[in-house]
Design a protein around this ligand. Structure first.
Ligand code: CO8
Length: 271
């Protein structure tokens, strides 16, 4: 069930034309794609608003995790095909959207996707930008771009292959067929399945757990895991070690260790 967020403080965040933004619980921002009539198709406006909200959340110490959803019925049906239709080979070169994807890709705090219904094309690429993917049992995933005479343009050939392997990624990219939620779980695209009405609640629950952890350690853990997609093992281990050592300089490391030894709950300050 979608939490009732209407009464929640917004603390400077505002809804856009295409997204709803709320703070349903301490330190957790909830972003809901809100173009249901277009199955949450991602037009430039949607990505612009999403990127702007994530930029605001990056600078906001009060936000420690973000949940991204399309609501109870659809995550996102891909890039807005009407908008794509208007692009030419030259106009697509100066398209603003790669800039917004970069902002989403570089968001340093945990991003959890709560996925119901269709997660297709650019929508699935958006889902795969999340650090943790939770899906409803009726969710369906796909990269149907081939049906339009194009290929994915925001990671659908790269992130999907890393998530589910070559043969499975080829199947989706070359045939345009959809993956059901159970298979997506079995192949490692998502971490957990829930009843569709509980997907957002479960994602918020995970976000709450993360929000209670020391933010700098969380940030560096995310950075280190993502590094494994970009480097060889030796370089990745080196980066991990560097972050590991840096964390020894934080107040939260002192607090975490002291609290364990003193058998009390830690109070993390993000310093
Ligand atoms: N773009 C624009 N409008 C869409 C899209 C879309 N991707 N998907 C659905 N809609 C619109 C439909 O045109 C329709 O509008 P209207 O009511 O005005 O006719 C409305 O949403 C409802 O659609 P349906 O009647 O088809 O709804 P169904 O529930 O029967 O089916 C589906 C839902 C299965 C999602 C179906 O609409 C569908 O197949 N949509 C297209 C999926 C697709 O091909 N996605 C890939 C798009 S290309 C892409 O993502 C490239 C990514 C490139 C990089 C990233 C850039 C952002």
């Amino acid at each position: 069930m979608m939490p009732d967020v209407t009464q929640e403080a917004r603390c400077g965040y505002s809804d856009g034309e295409d997204i709803l933004v709320s703070l349903p619980q301490p330190h957790v921002l909830l972003i809901t794609l809100n173009r249901p009539k277009a199955r949450n198709a991602l037009r430039s406006q949607t990505l612009r608003e999403l990127a702007a909200t994530l930029t605001q959340a990056t600078d906001d110490d009060g936000v420690r995790a973000v949940v991204l959803t399309g609501g109870d019925r659809v995550f996102a049906a891909g890039a807005d095909i009407g908008e794509l239709a208007a692009h030419t080979a030259t106009s697509i070169l100066t398209d603003e959207r790669p800039r917004h994807w970069k902002t989403i890709r570089e968001f340093p705090k945990p991003l959890i996707a709560a996925i119901n219904g269709f997660s297709l094309g650019g929508g699935n690429e958006l889902a795969m930008h999340a650090d943790i993917l939770i899906a409803g049992e009726t969710a369906q995933f796909g990269q149907p771009e081939v049906n339009l005479g194009i290929i994915p343009g925001a990671g659908g050939t790269q992130r999907l292959t890393r998530a589910i392997g070559k043969s499975n990624a080829m199947l989706l990219n070359l045939t345009g067929t959809f993956l059901d939620a159970r298979t997506a779980l079995a192949q490692g695209l998502v971490s957990e399945l829930t009843q569709p009405e509980l997907t957002v609640s479960r994602a918020l629950e995970i976000a709450a757990v993360i929000a209670a952890k020391p933010p700098l350690a969380v940030r560096m853990a995310k950075e280190a895991v993502l590094k494994s997609f970009e480097t060889g093992l030796e370089q990745g281990l080196h980066a991990e070690r560097r972050s590991f050592c840096q964390l020894f300089a934080t107040a939260d490391k002192q607090e975490g260790v002291a609290a364990f030894l003193e058998k009390r709950r830690p109070v993390f300050t993000g310093r």
